[in-house]
Design a protein around this ligand. Structure first.
Ligand code: HEM
Length: 654
């Protein structure tokens, strides 16, 4: 007979012992547990005395039970997280199913409207109620026919609408069933769905050689031979890698040096650290003195306290652009707006012009400035109207791991960017010497030139040009994409859109900004600007702690999926939900650790500021057909058409 364990309450802390129910209940629970364990031990001893020691399988069984019991405290939260991951995956699949069913059952509303127009009631004497009832009845009878017509069988054999000319896409009011189903499929069966599966079943995925060589050649990055690829999808692993720059190195350096080759020979200035860093930019540098010198310099020019200024500049530009559009499109019906072309790019150009001090689009005339690299001499006065030079350089530096297709374009664009910025730096310095007004200017370029004048190390023309190139290239393409993606996510989720519109209409501008920023950060979680950050393992190492530690051999290209980490229930609660009350630490949009985005404060100010005038103006929806979806032929969103019904125009809607 087992005796209860002596667990005197006097041994417990006073606060615990005096709590009303908890301590007593816990005490008796512990006593019971102790009694069972004692009884079990005594029973086991008695059995052994009677029958001799148990056979090996029984010992093993007991050992297994013991190990399981020891794992239990860690296992329970882990199981909870696994269940949350499962639910997150299920919610994605559910959304996919809903989207497919919605497209299947969709009935084109224009058919009903056209019928109403055709069959206007002849009998004017008829009461309005009678007329409405007749129309409803007619609509119900015609519904199956409308549905069949909406499938668009006559359009099934036409070319893919996504590849049609823009004008054709504009004219089409709706697409046939197959393309619509394909859009729904492509929208939901994405890389993010794959990451969701990996997070659940295989959070550390070693890619077999044949597979990773599809993404990257072993020698894509000179000096960083790649011998394998590892995908990390959970928060702890992603952060672990980004927090250890001494082991997980950035590999952008060689390509950065290639595109930013100096125009002038390096100055006589003593450069701390490795001279092989010449021509390199922050994101291509390891944890070296030169990195810290350059980032400190640039932080003196790009200041956190400029966030409010960036916000004002971009909101003012977006507001006036929108106002012009509304006036140019007349007073009736919804306003049709190509988001990147007609709102985002003009607002960013205004921001970069006023804040960076770099007028966009870039222009270069190779013969009047310094000559670019031999063989790629740009012509006279070329203008980068669509900011393609910046996009091409960005593509080669950060997107195209193999670098094969983007390299020729980047090498065509780079000398033009070099020349344009070189000329700008020289002409601005001259202006500052001669013109008192230019001397007073407080944009980033003027600040840099003032630092140069004061003899700050690392502010020579060449280093300045390279740093400005990095900031400019790093700003334009991601900001265009991220702003459009936020709108795309909002349009996909009516409740999120309503939240954002309510935030945009808050009478207090500061509150508007705070609330809208929360919506933007959350929307970006569903469609991040930069979904993955990659690093090269410079020595044999590991990831994770304790029993979860895994070895990583030297030469591994580690893909740290920040997009996936932001859906890890270990980091965010209810990851499937759109919530605007998440703490700042729930987001990894701007990277993590040494190389986190130097423009984070700009992004968080500018994206809400560009969208605010649009969101507060009226009802928003996508344009019909493929025009209303983001059109991204390369790495930048080129077109994305929206319909805006400004407040007060609802009555005139066709
Ligand atoms: C929505 C837009 C943007 C996104 C999503 C974004 C994202 C990122 C990410 C993820 C990193 C870290 C990369 C890594 O660790 O490998 C980064 C670094 C960086 N970003 Fe951004 N960025 C954006 C806009 C900007 C803007 C507007 C600027 C300039 C004003 C900028 C300048 C930089 C710089 C200079 C770095 C390198 C910092 C360093 O190495 O210390 N970014 N960005």
């Amino acid at each position: 007979m087992a005796m209860p364990l002596p667990l005197p309450a006097s041994l417990l802390p006073a606060w615990f012992a005096s709590a009303p129910h908890g301590p007593q209940a816990l005490l008796s629970w512990l006593q019971a547990l102790g009694s069972w364990a004692l009884a079990l031990g005594q029973g086991l001893l008695a059995a052994m005395q009677r029958n001799g020691p148990p056979p090996l399988p029984v010992w093993l069984l007991w050992f297994g039970v013991l190990v399981l019991a020891m794992q239990l405290p860690g296992l329970i939260p882990r199981t909870g997280q696994q269940l949350a991951r499962l639910r997150e995956l299920a919610s994605r699949l559910w959304r996919l199913l809903l989207a497919l069913v919605r497209e299947l059952l969709w009935v084109d509303p224009t058919l009903r409207r056209a019928r109403h127009q055709r069959w206007r009631p002849v009998d004017e004497e008829d009461s309005p109620l009678g007329r409405s009832l007749r129309q409803v009845l007619l609509d119900l009878i015609a519904l199956p026919l409308d549905w069949v017509a909406s499938l668009g069988p006559q359009r099934l054999l036409r070319p893919d609408p996504a590849t049609e000319e823009k004008e054709q896409r504009r004219l089409r009011s709706s697409a046939a069933l197959l393309p619509r189903l394909r859009w729904a499929w492509e929208r939901h069966v994405t890389l993010y769905l794959g990451l969701s599966v990996l997070r659940l079943v295989q959070p550390r995925l070693w890619l077999p050689g044949a597979l990773w060589r599809r993404f990257v050649h072993a020698d894509s990055y000179p000096g960083f031979p790649i011998r394998g690829m590892l995908w990390l999808t959970r928060n702890a692993d992603v952060r672990d890698v980004l927090e250890r720059p001494e082991t997980f190195e950035v590999i952008y350096g060689p390509r950065m040096q290639e595109v930013s080759q100096p125009l002038d020979p390096p100055g006589g200035e003593e450069v701390p650290g490795d001279p092989s860093e010449e021509g390199n930019f922050l994101l291509g540098m390891q944890d070296t003195p030169r990195y810290w010198r350059d980032i400190s310099n640039m932080r003196l020019a790009f200041r956190r306290e400029d966030a409010a200024l960036c916000r004002q500049l971009s909101e003012r530009a977006a507001e006036s652009t929108l106002q012009r559009l509304i006036s140019s499109q007349g007073q009736s019906g919804p306003l049709r707006l190509d988001l990147p072309v007609q709102l985002v790019v003009p607002a960013l150009e205004a921001l970069v012009g006023a804040y960076f001090g770099i007028p966009l689009p870039l222009r270069c005339g190779g013969r009047s400035g310094s000559d670019p690299a031999p063989g790629s001499d740009p012509g006279e006065d070329e203008v980068d109207v669509q900011h393609l030079w910046l996009e091409d350089v960005f593509d080669y530096l950060f997107y195209d791991l193999k670098g094969e297709s983007s390299r020729p374009r980047a090498l065509h664009a780079a000398p033009r960017v070099r020349t344009a910025l070189q000329r700008l730096i020289r002409s601005r310095r001259q202006a500052m010497e001669n013109d008192p007004a230019a001397r007073e200017a407080d944009d980033v370029l003027s600040r840099c030139l003032r630092l140069q004048r004061s003899g700050t190390p690392g502010m020579d023309d060449e280093t300045l040009r390279i740093n400005l190139t990095g900031f400019l290239v790093g700003a334009m393409t991601p900001l265009i994409n991220a702003t459009c993606q936020v709108m795309d996510v909002l349009l996909e989720r009516p409740r999120a859109l309503a939240l954002a519109q309510a935030a945009a209409r808050d009478p207090d501008p500061d509150q508007t900004h705070v609330r809208l920023r929360a919506c933007v950060m959350e929307a970006l979680r569903f469609s991040p600007g930069d979904p993955v950050i990659y690093r090269w393992t410079c020595r044999d190492s590991w990831v994770g702690e304790g029993s979860r530690r895994r070895a990583i051999p030297r030469g591994t290209l580690v893909m740290a999926w920040n997009a996936s980490a932001m859906f890890d229930p270990a980091l965010v609660s209810a990851p499937w939900a759109f919530r605007t009350d998440r703490p700042a630490g729930a987001y990894l949009h701007w990277g993590h650790g040494q190389h986190s985005c130097a423009g984070a404060y700009i992004n968080m100010a500018v994206i809400p500021a560009i969208l605010a005038p649009l969101l507060r103006r009226g009802r928003l929806r996508r344009a019909e057909g493929s025009a209303g979806r983001m059109h991204k032929p390369g790495i930048t969103v080129r077109h994305f058409e929206l319909l805006l019904l400004p407040i007060g125009r609802e009555r005139t809607q066709p």
